[in-house]
Design a protein around this ligand. Structure first.
Ligand code: ATP
Ligand code: MG
Length: 190
């Protein structure tokens, strides 16, 4: 069982790299952002609640997010492992993930920190916003999301270092090279 947490600021390439790595190792890719956007599109109650946070660059409350993730995990069958994209985003979420996996006799194998300079993140997200039409990819909300990332999500770096799971990945440059670096690190750990 290979359970990978892919970590990084908004725009660091978590989604892109997750898809490539999931394909290579036959893993389930769970993107909490995608799960929430699907709920918004379907117009569910959960989607309406989520939208109120996402549009302002805020995180969905931990309790709600943890319930959602737990449901998604329960829905997986014959899984060879998971790549967690966008979760955990707070220490509380990391503790709960550890607990949820422990209950299933599993653990996080590795946490990959996709490190990209801030100016590049903003440029990537502003560009993505022009094509994707994602309401949260405008400069004001992007800055808010980066603030939230620094305040609430960055402490996970030390948390995973203490747990012996942390790996740094140089996240700017050629997309294929980044995937290669990720795979090298995975091969060493698995
Ligand atoms: P990228 O995927 O390009 O790195 P991102 O990380 O900002 O960008 P998503 O992961 O798609 O984007 O998340 C979009 C929004 O969904 C977040 O800004 C947040 O409001 C909400 N969200 C997603 N995952 C979580 C989570 N684990 N906890 C709380 N809120 C979340
Ligand atoms: Mg994403």
């Amino acid at each position: 069982m290979l359970n990978i947490v892919i970590f990084g600021a908004p725009g660091s390439g978590k989604g892109t790299q997750s898809e490539r790595v999931a394909e290579k190792y036959g893993l389930n890719h769970i993107s909490t952002g995608d799960v929430l956007r699907a709920e918004i599109k379907k117009g569910t109650e959960l989607g309406k609640t989520a939208q109120q946070f996402i549009d302002f660059g805020q995180l969905i409350p931990d309790e709600l997010m943890i319930d959602i993730l737990s449901d998604v995990l329960d829905g997986l069958k014959d899984s060879r492992g998971v790549i967690f994209d966008g979760f955990p985003r707070t220490i509380k979420q990391a503790e709960e993930l550890k607990e949820m996996l422990n209950m299933r006799g599993q653990e996080v194998t590795i946490m990959l920190d996709l490190d990209v300079p801030e100016e590049e993140l903003i440029e990537r997200l502003v560009n993505r916003g022009k094509k994707s039409g994602r309401a949260d990819d405008n400069e004001e909300t992007i800055r808010k999301r980066l603030d939230v990332y620094h305040q609430k999500t960055c402490p996970l770096i030390d948390w995973y270092k203490k747990n012996g799971k942390y790996e740094h990945i140089e996240g700017s440059g050629d997309l294929v090279k980044i995937t290669d670096e990720i795979c090298e690190v995975i091969e060493k750990k698995k």
